[in-house]
Design a protein around this ligand. Structure first.
Ligand SMILES: Cc1cc2nc3c(=O)[nH]c(=O)nc-3n(C[C@H](O)[C@H](O)[C@H](O)COP(=O)(O)OP(=O)(O)OC[C@H]3O[C@@H](n4cnc5c(N)ncnc54)[C@H](O)[C@@H]3O)c2cc1C
Length: 432
């Protein structure tokens, strides 16, 4: 339906993933995940690897396909209807792989990235701590460099794949200088699962079940110095880079709510009330109209964000944050409408809309909450408008009465004698 957004190659990948989603994943597998009978979907990961569906964007040299972000978004949109936990298992190579591919040494890529993309290793990323996830730079998990090893102590919370992973990308404090700038405190290290690492417990999660979410506790874990990713104390740069796949995959996975909407549409075409099909009531069919328009708007911004990253556009981070904020809320609204269209039965587990609703709620919280997206978006936009070269028309001159004496911004302005006349000269705007 949206093939026009894609190149021939991207469409081929989308079709491949669509077939995989339709034919390779049984409903019983999804039920087992949601019943928490599966600790971590390793089979799924291995199956993806058989189809070479890990590392879509990464170099062929390391086992990837070297395709675009747009291609990856199209793939995520298909996978998204399988729910959050499988969606997360699908996109984790994009997130963990980003740091390894971008900042990793050749040795790290050989040892971790290659087997990871091949499905022989499973990995997770550990940022959030019990003390908070939004305040990333306040991380207290510490890795002290002693000779050629780090000694890691601390804990991380809500790590998807805490159960089931072979290695973790852990952000930790390495610079203990009290005056160290925010951007110079943290490092990113690869920590192999083993002695000194405990997965404390699983949470009673509302959704996203079966993905191995747990708390990681590190007690004097010895990590070789060569497992440092990027610069010592330079974790902030890795974080900035990893936030692109984190947030863009959250946005694109949410496009997977097409599945819930299609289910509700079919239902409304069969269910009758007061002697006619419920879709014949505008109150119902307009919910469908709202949902599809909302979903298409989310698609629009998410594909735009993907193009922005593919093109390395200077404002790509802002647009990715916008896509994350908008698409996750859109997905919530679409699933909520789907449930409303289906009435009481939508609230039961006779249909999987209730699971979709439980799942999708998470998207507005993880990989940075909607409030943190707002912080990012406004910050970047203020910077673009106020501090960057600006070659667009300034509208403020176009007022009918651009009377400067009335343009008062501060207390001080009020007391200033204002005698500046309104310019009557040619006011066309020219730029250097
Ligand atoms: C199921 C699940 C899976 C997850 N998977 C992972 C994972 O794999 N790896 C990982 O590292 N983390 C993971 N997370 C953690 C997730 O990213 C965090 O929960 C999230 O970033 C929010 O952090 P927090 O829960 O500590 O909330 P807090 O940071 O305590 O925030 C609480 C509230 O305060 C608001 N707030 C905080 N600071 C500000 C501010 N400056 N301005 C405005 N509002 C603010 C927040 O928006 C939120 O509403 C997962 C979480 C869940 C629930």
């Amino acid at each position: 339906m949206y093939g026009f957004l894609l190149t021939t190659e991207e469409r081929a990948l989308r079709d491949e993933v669509r077939r995989f989603v339709r034919e390779e994943i049984s409903s019983e597998f999804l039920r087992k995940m949601d019943r928490d009978e599966i600790m971590y979907p390793r089979d799924f990961v291995e199956r993806l690897a058989e189809y070479n569906l890990r590392g879509i964007r990464f170099p062929k040299k390391w086992g990837g396909r070297e395709l675009s972000w747009v291609a990856e978004v199209a793939a995520n949109e298909e996978i998204g209807c399988l729910g959050m936990a499988l969606g997360c298992a699908f996109v984790m190579p994009s997130i963990v792989g980003e740091a390894l591919n971008f900042f990793g040494t050749e040795e790290q890529k050989e040892k971790y990235l290659r087997p990871y993309l091949a499905g022989r290793l499973v990995a997770a990323e550990a940022l959030t701590e019990p003390r908070g996830g939004s305040d990333f730079f306040g991380a207290t998990t510490k890795a002290e460099l002693v000779g050629d090893h780090f000694i890691l102590n601390g804990q991380k919370r809500f790590v998807v794949g805490a159960e089931g992973s072979d290695f973790f990308l852990v952000y930790c404090r390495t610079n203990f200088d009290a005056d160290a700038p925010k951007y110079g405190r943290i490092s990113l290290i690869i920590v192999e699962n083993g002695p000194g690492i405990e997965t404390e417990y699983h949470y009673g999660l509302l959704g996203c079940r079966g993905g191995g979410t747990g708390r990681l506790v590190f007690r004097n874990v010895k990590v070789p110095r060569e497992n440092l990713v990027g610069e010592l104390h330079g974790g902030a740069w890795c974080f900035n880079q990893m936030m692109i796949p984190e947030r863009l995959t959250s946005a694109s996975g949410c496009l997977g709510v097409w599945g819930a909407l299609d289910l509700a549409v079919r239902y409304s075409n069969k269910r009758a009330a007061f002697g006619k099909l419920i879709r014949k009531y505008q109150a119902v069919s307009f919910m469908v109209a709202d949902s599809i328009a909302t979903l298409d708007a989310a698609r629009g911004i998410t594909y735009m964000a993907a193009r922005a990253v593919d093109e390395n556009a200077p404002n790509r981070r802002r647009i990715v944050s916008e896509a994350k904020k908008f698409a996750t809320k859109a997905a919530w609204d679409v699933v909520n409408n789907a449930m409303q269209i289906m009435g009481g039965i939508g609230y039961t587990d006779v249909y999987p809309i209730e699971r979709a609703l439980r799942d999708v709620r998470l998207s507005m919280i993880w990989t940075g909450t909607s409030q943190i997206m707002d912080l990012m978006i406004q910050h970047e936009y203020y910077d673009e408008v106020l501090n960057q070269p600006y070659d667009r028309r300034h509208m403020e001159k176009d007022a009918m009465h651009p009377d400067e004496s009335e343009r008062c911004f501060t207390d001080e302005d009020m007391w200033e004698v204002r005698s500046r006349p309104v310019s009557e000269t040619d006011d066309r705007q020219t730029f250097e």
